[in-house]
Design a protein around this ligand. Sequence first.
Ligand code: TRP
Ligand code: SF4
Length: 538
Amino acid sequence: MTRDHDTETDASGREDPRTDGGTSAEGADDVALDPWGSSTISDYRKLFEEFGIEEFDEVLPEIPDPHYLMRRGVIFGHRDYRPVAEAMRDGDPFAVLSGFMPTGDPHIGHKLVFDEIIWHQQQGGDAYGLIADLEAHSARGMTWEEIDEHARDYLLSLLALGFDPEEGELYRQSDNRELQDLAFELGSKANYSEFEAIYGFDGSTNVSHVQSVVTQMADILYPQLDEPKPTVIPVGPDQDPHVRLARDLSDRMRFFKVTEAYASFELTDAERSLVAAAYEDREAFAEDPETPRCEEAGEWLSEANLDALGVVVAEDVRESAVEKLTNAGMEPLRRRVRFLDANATDAAFDALVEAIDGEKRRYDEHIDAFDLSFADADELAREVEVDHGGYGFVHPSSVYHRFMTGLTGGKMSSSVPASHISLLDDPEEGYDKVKSATTGGRETAEKQRELGGEADKCPVYELYAYLLAGDDDEFAKEVYDECVGGERLCGGCKEQAAELMREFLADHQEKRAEMEELLDELDISTESGRRGVAPGDD
Ligand code: TRP
Ligand code: SF4
């Protein structure tokens, strides 16, 4: 694997972008989220605490008929999945998209993502699968010949597992002009220092690698080119830096920024929670509660018991809020939504003013509306933007799945054939790999009967849970319970798993063969005809 950098600086202050694969220093941080680095994650809890990924269990009840990977906690985290679940429930438009770097054979880890795309498609989503060939070439140094060969294999497996190409779209980054145009536009809102901070890029990073990042940003927003809609990106947690950047860039492209305000001045989110509380309590301090004054609110807030109000902010936030209120003097305190002009054309700004119902006030760089809810204002801003040639992007969402443990223990790696099962492995070979996998079993059958096996640490149990048990929760549970209860011994357990794996591979490969013809009819090319040399390790 080529690397663009090997720094260990933590330029972002939020995460450690070091690439520690292979040369990992002592104490190297396992939760570093690095899209091109090693992807072992020892402690999933840290992802919630340090990176703000949310626990999937919390949205699970909102999903009409969740996939087994969701029910079994294989999909463990998400960012902002609620709008997707809501669209699914209400029959509104939503989309799913993920991408694959064709750097090797597709394996059972990729199958998780294939299944996630297909499931969302079956729930009514617009589905997209893409081949990240620009990334594979520029960041992983793959030649175009290698890329073409592998690309075909990914697509055949995706189709064989049930992706409907009539309803969904498959593309490769290198020949999607619309995508590249979008990447170019998004690139104008990103700058090089954030790439250094987020990805650890430096002066030696090749320029095409940088381009492949803006291309991925465009991938993530591509489903919204027709119309803005909630879009879920199923990926491993190593891709989270990309998701966060895409969410940021989607904001930076917007014509208007919609906020809530209480007077002429701007508030930070933390300050707003205080001023909102003051506004709610205006009866307590206003001489005339119909027209509470900012300075009255400031005075009240400087002495208010924040704990009692249920607002948790630092003391300096209170100070700055009080200062703003005091400076505004006799200005009335009054709730409003504010449309800030971020990138709007003059025509769009005028049209928005026109479209706002009820009382409104127009300023040079913003408009205040007094009779609109935040949600209505947000929707209106998006409508006007789209009508005037903007994209109106909705924040993209993501779901994160656990990485599978390698069959030999340690991580599952494409470069260690025995550690994973390729979807192209001969069924007998798949059988053999399962038979020689490490287990969570005890040294002797006797001990196993006495203590039970350690299913939670067993790669074979993972095979059942992630793949072999399919939709059958009872079966997965039975394996688990029998294992930890000491009724199941590893020999028989592996035999059963190995047979199921052999069956799965035989069946999958038969379906792949049937898809060859279909793939040739689709307008995605599996021969790029590109020329060029793979970039070296730079
Ligand atoms: N960077 C991803 C990977 O390593 C591949 C990818 C490219 C992708 N574009 C994407 C994934 C868009 C999700 C969405 O493997
Ligand atoms: Fe793993 Fe099966 Fe052995 Fe339990 S019985 S430790 S699940 S191989």
